[in-house]
Write a protein that binds this ligand. Structure first.
Ligand SMILES: [Fe+2]
Length: 386
C-alpha cells in the first residue's frame, strides 16, 4: 500500500446531523437553481417528510416539482419517464430523498439533464462525459451510502443483471445526512441496509484499492455498526443508534466510493438479478462466506475488523482473530433477523451454475478483490452459503 497514488473523492459538501434536512433550500439556492426536481417516495410523502423538504426549497424562492413514482431497485428503462417529467418542468437541480432506489434514480436523472442519450449509454466505467444538473442527495434508510459514491445501479431485465454507471461525474454535489429522517425505517429494512453498510465497510477496508485515507472511514464504519446496529433494529426511536448507523453508512459509502466493493457484492449481484432478492439481504447471505474466503489474503486486516466489532482478540493468533471477524458478522446478521442461508430465500442447488456465471461477470469488482476467485472457488462459496 505504501506509496500508492490514488485519488480520494467525496461530494463538495457533506452536511451531517439531526435537523440537517432543513438546510436543503439554502443549499439549492447556492447553485442558483430556479426549479428543483424532488425525487421522493409515497411513504415519505405520507410521513410529511417530503412536504418539509419542499417547504425548505420553496422558502428560497425555488419552485419544486415532486415525483414519487420511482421503481424499487429500479430497472434501466425506468429512468426515461422520470427524466421527461424533470425536462418538461424545466428543472435545473435534482434533490433525491429516500433509499438507494431513489438516490440512484436521482443520480441518473441529474446526469442525463447535462448529458445526451439515455441511461443504457452510460452503463460501465467512466462513460459519463461531464457533470449533469447539480444534485443534493438525502438518504433516509441509512445503508447504501449512495449519497457519496460515484455509482448508480440499475436492473437490466434482458440480461437479468444489475449493472452500474460508475463515474466521478455522478458523485452528488451535496450530501445531506439527517439521522432523524431514519427513525421510521422498519426493523427489517434497518437490518438489511445495515448489513449492506457492513459489507461496504469490510469490503472497502480489505479491497486491493484501499488506502490509508479510505481505511480511516471503512474501519470506523465497522466499529459504528458493531456498536449501534442491534440497538437501531431493536428500537428505531433510539436517536443515538440511528445517528451511529447514519454515520456508519456515510463512512462506508466514502470507503466504497474510493476503494470499491469486491467479493460479497460480486457474488450477491446475480442473486438480485436472477432471483430479485433485495440488495441488503443478498449481500448479507454472502458476507460471512466471502469474508471467510478472503481472510487468507490479509489476516491482520480481518483481525482488525474483529476488534472493531468488539471481539476480544487480544492474545489470539492473527488466523484465529481473523476468523472471529467472520463469526462476528454472521452473529450480527443472525441477531437482526436476516435469513442466514440462500435456501431460505428459495435458491436451489440447480441455480448455482447460473449464479457462478453471473458472479464471474462482475469483473469491475473482482479487480478489487484481495484473493483470486476462479469459477470453482465461487461455486464452493455459493455451496457453503446455500
Ligand atoms: Fe451495497
Amino acid at each position: 500500500m505504501a506509496g500508492k497514488v490514488a485519488a480520494f473523492r467525496v461530494p463538495c459538501q457533506i452536511i451531517f446531523g439531526n435537523g440537517a434536512a432543513d438546510r436543503v433550500g439554502e443549499e439549492a439556492k447556492r447553485f442558483g437553481a430556479t426549479h428543483a426536481f424532488v425525487l421522493s417516495d409515497p411513504n415519505l410523502q405520507k410521513l410529511g417528510v417530503t412536504e418539509r423538504i419542499v417547504a425548505s426549497i420553496s422558502s428560497q424562492g425555488i419552485r419544486p416539482t415532486v415525483y414519487t413514482g420511482i421503481e424499487f431497485e429500479p430497472s434501466v428503462q425506468s429512468i426515461a419517464p422520470v427524466l421527461s417529467v424533470a425536462k418538461e418542468a424545466g428543472c435545473d437541480l435534482v434533490v433525491g430523498l429516500g433509499g438507494g432506489s431513489t438516490l440512484d434514480t436521482a443520480k441518473a436523472v441529474a446526469m442525463l439533464l447535462g448529458n445526451t442519450g439515455q441511461t443504457e449509454d452510460y452503463l460501465g466505467i467512466g462513460l459519463v462525459k461531464q457533470r449533469g444538473a447539480p444534485s443534493i442527495l438525502m438518504p433516509t434508510t441509512g445503508g447504501t451510502g449512495a449519497e457519496v459514491t460515484p455509482n448508480a445501479l440499475f436492473y437490466v431485465p434482458a440480461a437479468r443483471e444489475k449493472k452500474a454507471i460508475v463515474s466521478p461525474h455522478i458523485i452528488p454535489d451535496v450530501a445531506i445526512v439527517d439521522p432523524a429522517l431514519t427513525v421510521t425505517v422498519s426493523p427489517a429494512v434497518t437490518a438489511a441496509t445495515g448489513i449492506d453498510a457492513l459489507s461496504h465497510a469490510v469490503e472497502a477496508y480489505t479491497s486491493l484499492n484501499a488506502t490509508p485515507l479510505t481505511d480511516l472511514y471503512s474501519l470506523e464504519a465497522v466499529r459504528l455498526i458493531g456498536a449501534h446496529m442491534r440497538t437501531a433494529v431493536a428500537n428505531g426511536n433510539d436517536l443515538e443508534a440511528r445517528e451511529g448507523m447514519a454515520r456508519a453508512s456515510l463512512y462506508a459509502g466514502i470507503g466504497i466510493g474510493n476503494a470499491g466493493t469486491n467479493i460479497v457484492h460480486a457474488l450477491a449481484y446475480p442473486l438480485q438479478g436472477q432471483h430479485r432478492i433485495t440488495h441488503g439481504v443478498a449481500n448479507s447471505l454472502l458476507l460471512p462466506y466471502g469474508m471467510q474466503y478472503n481472510a487468507l489474503s490479509n489476516l491482520l486486516k480481518f483481525a482488525s475488523v474483529a476488534e472493531a466489532l468488539g471481539e476480544p482478540v487480544a492474545g489470539l493468533s492473527p488466523r484465529d482473530a481473523a476468523a472471529r471477524s467472520v463469526e462476528a458478522c454472521r452473529l450480527l446478521s443472525q441477531d437482526v433477523g436476516i435469513p442466514q442461508k440462500m435456501h431460505e430465500v428459495g435458491i436451489r442447488p440447480d441455480h448455482i451454475n447460473d449464479l457462478v456465471e453471473g458472479a464471474m461477470k462482475m469483473t469491475r469488482l473482482w479487480a478489487n478483490n484481495p484473493r483470486v476467485v476462479r469459477p470453482d472457488d465461487a461455486r464452493a462459496i455459493f455451496e457453503r452459503a446455500l
